[in-house]
Design a binder for this molecule. Structure first.
Ligand SMILES: C[S@@+](CC[C@H](N)C(=O)[O-])C[C@H]1O[C@@H](n2cnc3c(N)ncnc32)[C@H](O)[C@@H]1O
Length: 259
C-alpha cells in the first residue's frame, strides 16, 4: 500500500474517532491502522468497534505498560498508566534473586515488569478469573488461579520480598460513575470493592502476613480515603507506618507498608 493511502486512511479514521469524542484520535487511528494491517475495510470494522466504546487494547490485542508490550485478551482488565509507578516501585524493592507475588494480576502486566527487570527473581501472579490467568501466561508470566493468595505455592510462605496488588477497590455505589468503556465492557469483578471499596484490601492485608517475610513490603493500589481506612488494619497485621503514594496531581494512588 502506498504511503499516501495509509495517511488518508489514518486521517479519515482519526476524524471519525475525533467526532466520536475520543481524546487521542490520531494515536488511536494509528494503532487501529496497524492492527488492520493497512487494510481499509478491516480498519473500518475496527473503528466501528471502537466507536461503541470497546477498549482499544481489546481491539488491537495489546497495550504498552512500563515500555513493555502486554497482550490483553477481550474480557481482561486493561492495565492503566496510573499503575506503572507502583510496578516500577515494586521492581526497585525486589532483590535480584528475590520473590514477588502480584495479586489480582489481570493480564499479568505488573508481574511482566517485575520479570523483565529482575529476571532471576521468582515472580508469581494470581487472579481468580480464568481468562486473566490465561492472558498472563501468554505474557510469559507464571500465573495461578485462585482467590487472592489461595493458589500461591506454600513454598513461598514467609519468604516473599514484595507483594503487589491492584485489587478491585471501587466502592459499590461509585461503580456507576466509571467511564463509559469501563462501565459497558469491563467486568465489575475487576472493580467492585464492596461497600467502602476496601473489602478485598482488608482481606489481603490480613492474608499477606503468611507470605511476606519480615522486612518485606506490601504495595497496594487504592484511592480516596482508603489509605486511612487501611492504616489500622496494616498496624494490626504487623506492618510499620504505611507510606501514602500520590501521583503528580497529588491524588492518592496507593500505599507501601513494610513488615
Ligand atoms: C483492577 S484489575 C487489576 C489487574 C492488574 N493488576 C492490572 O493492574 O492491570 C483487578 C483484578 O482482580 C481480579 N480479582 C477480583 N477478585 C479477585 C479475588 N478475590 N482474588 C483474585 N483476583 C481477583 C480480577 O479478575 C481482575 O483481573
Amino acid at each position: 500500500m502506498l504511503h499516501d493511502d495509509r495517511a488518508a486512511l489514518r486521517s479519515e479514521a482519526a476524524a471519525r474517532l475525533g467526532a466520536g469524542g475520543f481524546l487521542a484520535p490520531d494515536e488511536e487511528a494509528a494503532e487501529l491502522l496497524a492492527a488492520a494491517g493497512g487494510d481499509g475495510a478491516r480498519l473500518e470494522a475496527l473503528v466501528a468497534r471502537r466507536l461503541t466504546g470497546e477498549p482499544l487494547a481489546w481491539i488491537t490485542g495489546s497495550t504498552t505498560f512500563c515500555g513493555l508490550r502486554v497482550l490483553v485478551d477481550p474480557g481482561v482488565y486493561v492495565p492503566r498508566p496510573h499503575t506503572e509507578a507502583l510496578a516500577l516501585r515494586a521492581a526497585e524493592r525486589l532483590p535480584a534473586d528475590g520473590a514477588a507475588v502480584d495479586v489480582c494480576s489481570g493480564s499479568g502486566a505488573i508481574a511482566a515488569v517485575l520479570r523483565a527487570r529482575r529476571p532471576q527473581a521468582r515472580v508469581i501472579a494470581a487472579d481468580i478469573d480464568e481468562r486473566s490467568v490465561d492472558c498472563a501466561r501468554r505474557n510469559g508470566v507464571d500465573a495461578v488461579q485462585g482467590d487472592l493468595l489461595a493458589a500461591v505455592p506454600a513454598a513461598l510462605r514467609g519468604v516473599v520480598d514484595v507483594i503487589t496488588a491492584v485489587v478491585p477497590y471501587v466502592p459499590a455505589h461509585e461503580l456507576r460513575y466509571l467511564q463509559r468503556d469501563t462501565f459497558t465492557f469491563e467486568s465489575t469483578l475487576a472493580y467492585d470493592g464492596g461497600r467502602d471499596g476496601a473489602r478485598l484490601l482488608r482481606r489481603l492485608v490480613r492474608e499477606s502476613t503468611r507470605f511476606v517475610r519480615p522486612g518485606g513490603v506490601l504495595l497496594l493500589e487504592l484511592g480516596g480515603d482508603q489509605a486511612q481506612v487501611l492504616a489500622p488494619v496494616l498496624a494490626a497485621a504487623g506492618y510499620g507506618t504505611p507510606r501514602v503514594l500520590a501521583d503528580e496531581d497529588g491524588d492518592v494512588r496507593g500505599v507501601e507498608a513494610r513488615r
